[in-house]
Design a protein around this ligand. Structure first.
Ligand SMILES: [Zn+2]
Length: 312
């Protein structure tokens, strides 16, 4: 993808666009090149404390998978709170699709509006749909190429929490009336309600699948969908805060050792330095350039935490 972005930069006639594309290419190429792991050795736990992420989750599988994991964690935490207060709510995986089409932007708008209409029946006077049974929902938009048509195949994966099971036949009819072009829906109850995490993985994996597309499709998809809200929620799932930081959450008040790894093309990752509470300077374990801005950024983060720890 980095090479593809660079080839787009080379082909661009506009100087400003060329610069942006070249920057994007470098960002993608260097994503994950520096990883700072924190070893909380007294409890045997290692956390990814900081890293050089590109944060282009529609183009980068590493950032997509980290972001997906953050979302699963945030919504699982909320689910535990919801289910403790409402033990009768059960989780269902609901999939809604619209007809395949050649224009991704147009298909996205169509699907987006149809989903809004369906959800609006929850509050509209004299309106009803199967969505009224959901006390909470979180959903995401996913795009791939249709198996037979080769056109864009947009769909929505959702987790609904309901007292009464949503009726797939009813929902299909309602969906047909709203979309005008599709009756294809799916409702799957989670037989093991404790294993809702698999449903959340289905909902939040969209970006990972995105990266399975051919580069040109992935790139076009990014151009069309960047900045759009592809994950949303209603009801009891409203207001879940997903951390934007893609690193792990640190463990508080425990001693640790920091380990900085650097990736080199052709050689893989190597340990660049170790810093512990006793030896408070970076100890180079291999000769490496230390003037890279990103290394400074990662090291600065580690030093900030180190200073806070020293003050404490
Ligand atoms: Zn990335």
């Amino acid at each position: 993808m980095s090479d593809y972005a660079m080839s787009m930069a080379d082909a661009s006639a506009l100087a400003s666009q060329r610069d942006d594309l070249a920057k994007m290419s470098v960002k993608l190429r260097t994503c994950g090149n520096y990883l700072l792991f924190r070893d909380y050795y007294t409890v045997g736990k290692v956390r990814l404390h900081a890293a050089s992420f590109c944060k282009k989750h529609l183009l980068c599988p590493l950032c997509a998978i980290r972001r997906g994991a953050k979302m699963v964690k945030a919504y699982m935490d909320r689910l535990l709170v919801i289910q403790a207060a409402n033990p009768s709510l059960k989780a269902y995986l609901v999939t809604l699709t619209v007809k395949d089409g050649p224009d991704l932007g147009e298909r996205f708008q169509h699907l987006y509006r149809a989903v809004q209409k369906l959800h609006k029946t929850r509050s509209g006077a004299r309106q009803h749909s199967e969505a009224c049974k959901a006390a909470a929902a979180v959903w995401s938009y996913e795009f791939k190429r249709g198996k037979n048509s080769g056109d864009w195949h947009p769909h929505v994966h959702a987790v609904w929490l309901c007292d009464d099971a949503p009726d797939a036949v009813q929902l299909s009819g309602e969906w047909q009336r709203i979309t005008g072009d599709s009756f294809i829906v799916d409702v799957t109850p989670f037989h093991d309600q404790d294993d809702v995490v698999s449903g959340f993985l289905e909902v939040f994996k969209y970006a990972v699948k995105f990266s399975d597309l051919p580069l040109v499709d992935n790139w076009d998809g990014y151009q069309t969908l960047a900045g759009k809200r592809l994950v949303a929620s209603f009801g009891l799932f409203r207001g879940v805060v997903v951390p934007t930081d893609l690193a792990d959450e640190p463990l508080d008040d425990l001693p640790y050792v920091d380990m900085l790894y650097r990736f080199i093309y052709g050689a893989g990752y190597s340990l660049l330095g170790i810093e512990s509470g006793e030896a408070r300077t970076w100890r180079e374990t291999a000769p490496a350039p230390v003037d890279k801005p990103v290394l400074r950024q990662v090291a600065a983060c580690a030093n900030r935490h180190m200073k806070a720890w020293q003050r404490a």
